[in-house]
Design a protein around this ligand. Structure first.
Ligand SMILES: Cc1cc2nc3c(=O)[nH]c(=O)nc-3n(C[C@H](O)[C@H](O)[C@H](O)COP(=O)(O)OP(=O)(O)OC[C@H]3O[C@@H](n4cnc5c(N)ncnc54)[C@H](O)[C@@H]3O)c2cc1C
Length: 315
């Protein structure tokens, strides 16, 4: 039987040697700025802390969920009945004389992009401007302009439910468009190895600047509260990929609002929290958007943003 909730922080302190925070608002850990309180919250700063924390939750069958920067998450209004583990374990190390770079999963993707520029390594220019951590990017195979992080990944160290660490090759992740095997079996990514190429620093910088500039026109200001594209671009039966934003625009989604949430008037695949939106506002708006596209085009849009229900438990 699991111990009473009140003793969990004490046991956690003994096991992990740092305090577990109680009743933490998830709003502050989400780019949507939405979410109720998590019963327990821990921001891990070392691999040892991540592993001890996961051992702790597994031993007690305590529901948990790992997050990076929360830039692709919609937390429930009711918060989370369990422990949120925020991965803040950072570090980048280039293997001497090679284009291979070892990156801890809690490292901001932006740090990897800056590191590549400093070291004149090319291949990751597409990621300039994508927020979040490397672990989050691997989970969703984050990308832009037809390129994605999975194409650069060579191997990774993952942690399974038994606390077993395994080094796996890129094929383990079965990368697809905004998809990886982690969406079906949610293991924890601890460390990643990317293969980049020696390049010309000036050209790399120019490509990054160009990509950052291209982002400015269709996207809301990064200061606004949202989580990037809400829906994935659907693939038609003949294999062509449609822009979800253009389908949504054709069904008048840019006019839609619900409570404090509204569709961004500049691009219909962004849902903004304009102040005080609840997760239910966002979800209701998303349902309307999906229903309109389904009715007019017979296409089922699929969410790119991850919704975490308050009672979620790892399968
Ligand atoms: C302004 C803005 C622009 C964006 N632009 C893009 C874009 O161009 N392209 C794009 O692809 N996305 C984009 N996004 C979405 C988001 O930035 C990416 O999906 C990002 O990779 C998420 O990283 P994160 O650390 O914030 O993950 P989180 O949001 O914290 O988590 C997302 C998922 O990853 C999982 N996860 C996180 N870390 C780990 C780990 N170590 N091991 C296992 N699972 C883990 C979580 O459990 C969760 O399921 C944008 C978002 C914003 C707000």
């Amino acid at each position: 039987m699991s111990p009473p909730a009140v003793s969990i922080p004490r046991l956690f302190q003994e096991a992990v040697e740092r305090p577990l925070r109680r009743r933490v608002s998830l709003r502050r850990h989400s780019s949507f700025r939405i979410g109720g309180q998590a019963d327990f919250f821990f921001a891990a700063r070392s691999l040892t802390e991540v592993k001890s924390c996961l051992r702790f939750v597994h031993e007690r069958s305590l529901p948990y969920y790992i997050i990076g920067s929360g830039t692709n998450m919609l937390f429930a209004d009711g918060g989370f009945r369990g422990l949120i583990l925020k991965n803040e374990v950072r570090g980048i190390n280039r293997i001497r004389g090679e284009g291979r770079v070892v990156v801890l999963a809690g490292t901001p993707l932006a740090d990897l992009v800056s590191f590549a520029l400093e070291d004149s390594l090319e291949g990751i220019e597409f990621a300039a401007g994508i927020p979040g951590t490397v672990g989050g990017a691997v989970f969703g195979n984050a990308g832009a302009w037809g390129l994605s992080i999975g194409q650069l990944l060579e191997e990774a160290v993952i942690l399974d439910e038994q606390g077993q660490e395994t080094r796996v090759g890129k094929n383990h992740f079965e990368f697809g468009y905004r998809d990886s095997s982690l969406k079906r079996r949610h293991l924890t990514v601890l460390e990643t190895v990317f293969r980049l190429r020696e390049g010309d620093k000036g050209l790399i910088k120019a490509k990054m600047d160009e990509n950052l500039a291209k982002r400015k026109s269709p996207c809301p200001s990064p200061k606004m509260a949202y989580a990037g594209s809400f829906f994935k671009n659907p693939v038609l039966p003949d294999g062509t990929r449609m822009a979800a934003g253009s389908l949504l625009e054709k069904v008048g989604a840019k006019e839609l609002k619900k409570g404090g949430a509204r569709v961004y008037p500049g691009h219909a695949n962004f849902i903004l929290n304009c102040g005080g939106a609840t997760a239910e506002d966002i979800r209701a708006l998303a349902r309307t958007m999906k229903a309109r596209v389904k009715r007019k085009f017979g296409i089922e849009l699929k969410e790119e943003v991850i919704y975490l229900p308050a009672g979620f438990s790892m399968p």
